[in-house]
Design a protein around this ligand. Structure first.
Ligand code: AMP
Ligand code: GLY
Length: 433
């Protein structure tokens, strides 16, 4: 069967790599893909990104299953469009994707359904927002509403930082600018929330509208520099499993967060299908709270997670998309490699503020059983592999424990080079401790 993966990052390279291993898959197409998927004879890149054009292409080319990587096409209604035309696709509808695309929606949803998350208020009026910060003090977190690719969140350690974030997100406008009209729905909005203490983990599940299956736990490293310093990024590295997600934390996350979310969505008439990613903050007592929902797999978490997945991913997603009221994930039992997988992101010069492009990449190792380099912002140009954006590669290795996986990944990193290459030297540090 022919499979289409939508997206062009490291997550999509990993999805394509895993799907291609299925004996039931004859061809994997990636739209638009990247230099890594272009170089590999197992995949074919399709240069289409627009939703309707992609659906037409999928119909014409007899695609049996489509898997969507990034949030953009989900929020643009790709799943709705494909389903309307009878195509089998794994992902949430546009309405369900609001769990990620609108912070205001997801926070209000969690409140309605008693799902643990930080206390918060939503504002369109900058004056009220400033007053709220003044009253609450710091640390405090200011989030822009809408998809912001991880850049719309300011964790303000001081009150002036919080005020500056409000000005940047709402503009230093007077309340009259927004208040006068019924344009409230389109006015810029911020969510201001309580700062949560603890350790973060990524908890990702598959949903078929009724049944749910958890993927292995993982942990990302959001800051640019070693020791969790520097600016927030899309993620500088990840590993799986995350020891902070003990059996007890796992059970609580399912019982207190995932199941009430799926039930709540069903009750509101927006049955959830696809990957659901809960960013958790786990406090010292092992109590998980929801930092955010993403309606997709994490990047770079996907790379180590899929390196550990032993089950046939195509079979799993085929069951999840079985036609009918809901899929057959209840018949799926995921098998995991017991080893630890760890991925190190190699980022471009200037990332995250203004990544430079066009640098030539050298020294990529051949794929091995215990080490795979997944591409993200790369392209083949003039016969050379070049950088095209911020996160360039994710070097992912598998070994008996986190320390050995770290060693194996960094050993491969040492052979790779491009001008201005930056990466963290401490991926996995919490688990090593
Ligand atoms: P988000 O996009 O909402 O996950 O936020 C990005 C990052 O900001 C998270 O991964 C956390 O590291 C941090 N963050 C977000 N919300 C909070 C919070 N309420 N308390 C502490 N840190 C937070
Ligand atoms: N790694 C975090 C994310 O994918 O949003």
């Amino acid at each position: 069967m022919k499979v289409l993966v939508v997206g062009g990052g490291g997550r999509e390279h990993a999805l394509a790599w895993k799907l291609a291993q299925s004996p039931r898959v004859s061809r994997v197409y990636v739209a638009p893909g990247n230099g890594g998927t272009a170089l590999d004879h197992r995949f074919e890149c399709i240069d289409i990104t627009q939703v309707v054009a992609l659906r037409e292409w999928a119909v014409t080319n007899g695609i049996s299953l489509t898997v969507v990587g990034p949030e953009g096409p989900l929020a643009a209604g790709l799943v709705d469009e494909f389903r309307t035309h009878g195509l089998r696709v794994f992902g949430p509808t546009r309405a369900a994707a609001r769990l990620e695309s609108s912070k205001a929606f997801s926070k209000a949803f969690m409140k309605r359904h008693g799902i643990p998350t930080a206390e918060y208020e939503t504002f369109t009026d900058p004056v009220a927002a400033h007053a709220y910060v003044q009253q609450k003090g710091a640390p405090i977190v200011v989030k822009a509403d809408g998809l912001a690719a991880g850049k719309g969140v300011v964790v303000a350690m001081t009150v002036p930082e919080a005020h500056a974030a409000i000005d940047a997100m709402l503009g230093a406008a007077t309340p009259a600018t927004h208040a006068a009209s019924d344009a409230k729905d389109t006015a810029p909005r911020v969510v201001i929330e309580e700062f949560l203490h603890g350790e973060e983990a990524s908890f990702i599940v598959l949903c078929d509208g009724k049944n749910v299956t958890a993927l292995a736990s993982s942990q990302d490293h959001k800051r640019l520099l070693d020791g969790d310093q520097g600016p927030n990024t899309g993620g500088m590295g990840a590993y799986s499993p995350a020891p902070v997600v003990t059996a007890d934390v796992h059970a609580r996350a399912m019982r207190e967060i995932i199941l009430p979310t799926l039930k709540g969505m069903e009750k509101e008439g927006i049955a959830y299908t696809g990957f659901l990613y809960a960013g958790l903050m786990i406090d010292a007592g092992g109590r998980p709270k929801t930092l955010e929902f993403n309606c997709r797999l994490g990047d770079p978490e996907t790379q180590p997670i899929l390196l550990r997945l032993k089950s046939d991913l195509f079979g799993v997603l085929w069951a999840a998309t079985e036609p009918g009221l809901h899929g057959r994930l209840d018949q799926v039992d995921l098998q995991w490699d017991r080893r630890t997988a760890l991925g190190v992101v190699l980022a471009a010069h200037g990332y995250p503020a203004s990544p430079r492009t066009g640098d030539v990449i050298a020294g990529l190792p051949a794929e091995a059983d215990d080490c795979v380099v997944f591409h993200a912002a790369t392209a083949l140009r003039d016969r050379a592999l070049r950088t095209t954006g911020g996160r360039v590669l994710c070097v992912t290795a598998l070994a008996d424990n986190v320390r050995l996986a770290q060693q194996r990944a960094y050993e491969a990193v040492r052979g790779i080079s491009f001008d201005g290459m930056q990466y963290r030297r401490d991926i996995g540090h919490r688990a090593v401790k």
